[in-house]
Ligand binder design. Structure first.
Ligand code: NAD
Ligand code: ZN
Ligand code: ZN
Length: 344
């Protein structure tokens, strides 16, 4: 089968032919219908060899949906041809976090060598994907797989971050989304669907600001030296009760600290290497800072239900599998409108 692989440190993604996988006992084989390209893939492909936590080559793609092609021995509960989404942050399934459905925070994954597809295990950017356990699958029903595939990360990750900030996002509050790309443009929609907060989107690109407005941001502001002042102005000097940073680079984490309100919350989701100092006086009183990772199994079910209810609609650009390297090039250059989705 064809697969999109990251093969050597510092190299570019390549389309190669690899053997078709076969499901062993307890596993499920999917015929991939769609796979999303995430900026985290770009981050991983920029890491030096000593930071890379898995061997190469790696088949990319940690956002995947497909139809059931074959069930390994002993697998029940799914039928061939059924359309499913893959829950990506695989865990051990039995530690205290996994028992809560929070496999993203599995306590034993590293020790047991368990890694998500596309981030250690062979990923979804291929014609077939081997899924280790049917508990990682959520039925899609009649959801359009192409628009649904980004929900497995670009939807789930902001959903998880927003859910923990919900108590702060009361009527009259303000939420700021920094970076209106794949995750950010879904975050804007989630905030509108889940809260009564005013939503302000920040980005460095005029096209992304336009997309943010189109998907429901009340205000869209250029992310530059004057952004903190503008947000203060728009909030009567108070600042934002919740800031979601989908860039996470030094200029944006600094900005988050400047525009957050007293008792506000900052979620640093982006992997841009920015950090925040939290000593007394470094931030307004009682600000909480978190660095959430992906989301839980039940949260994925909730996000898919929101899409089914029509509350969120991901903007996608589609690419054939041979064009996947181009999709990554465009993502790297900041030129994707919404999410890039590869159709193998
Ligand atoms: P993306 O490239 O689609 O979007 C990033 C957006 O940020 C773009 O619109 C870009 O114009 C904008 N941007 C860049 N610099 C900016 C600045 N200084 N101020 C404001 N906006 C700026 O990327 P994505 O796939 O949405 O991923 C976003 C980030 O989240 C990445 O760092 C990715 O690695 C990370 N991520 C984290 C998790 C997690 O679990 N924590 C999960 C998925 C992705
Ligand atoms: Zn991702
Ligand atoms: Zn576990």
């Amino acid at each position: 089968m064809k697969a999109v692989q990251y093969r050597t440190v510092g190299g570019h993604p390549e389309v190669v032919t690899v053997p078709d996988p076969e499901p062993g006992p307890g596993q499920v084989l999917l015929k991939v219908t769609a796979a999303g390209a995430c900026h985290s893939d770009i981050a991983v492909m920029s890491w030096p060899a000593d930071r890379l936590p898995f061997p190469l080559p790696l088949t990319l793609g940690h956002e995947g949906v497909g139809t059931i092609a074959a069930l390994g021995a002993g697998v029940t509960g799914f039928t061939e041809g059924e359309s499913v989404a893959v829950y990506g942050p695989w865990g051990c399934g039995s530690c205290a976090k996994c028992a809560e459905g929070k496999e993203n925070y599995c306590l034993r994954a590293r020790e047991l060598g368990i890694a998500p597809p596309g981030l250690g295990a062979p990923g979804a950017m291929a014609e077939y994907l081997l899924v280790d356990d049917p508990r990682h699958l959520v039925p899609l029903g009649d959801l359009d797989p192409v628009r649904a595939v980004p929900l497995t990360d670009a939807g789930l990750t902001p959903y998880h971050a927003i859910k923990s900030a919900l108590p702060k996002l009361v009527p009259g509050s303000t939420a700021v989304v920094i970076g209106a790309g794949g995750l950010g443009h879904v975050a804007v929609q989630l905030l509108r669907a889940m809260t009564a907060a005013r939503v302000i989107a920040l980005d460095i690109s005029e096209e992304k600001l336009e997309l943010a407005r189109a998907v429901g941001a009340h205000e869209a502001v250029r992310s530059d030296g004057s952004a903190a002042g503008k947000v203060r102005e728009l909030t009567g000097g108070l600042g934002a009760q919740a800031v979601f940073d989908f860039v996470g680079a030094p200029p944006t984490t600094a900005l988050a600290g400047q525009l957050v309100a007293v008792e506000g919350e900052i979620s640093v989701v982006g992997l841009g290497g920015g950090t925040l100092a939290v000593g007394f006086g470094a931030l307004p009183y009682d600000v909480r800072v978190s660095s959430p990772y992906w989301g839980s199994r039940s949260e994925l079910i909730e996000v898919l239900d929101l899409a089914r209810a029509g509350a969120i609609d991901v903007h996608v650009e589609t690419y054939g599998i041979d064009e996947a390297p181009l999709a990554y090039e465009r993502l790297h250059a900041g030129r994707i409108d919404g999410r890039a989705v590869v159709l193998p």
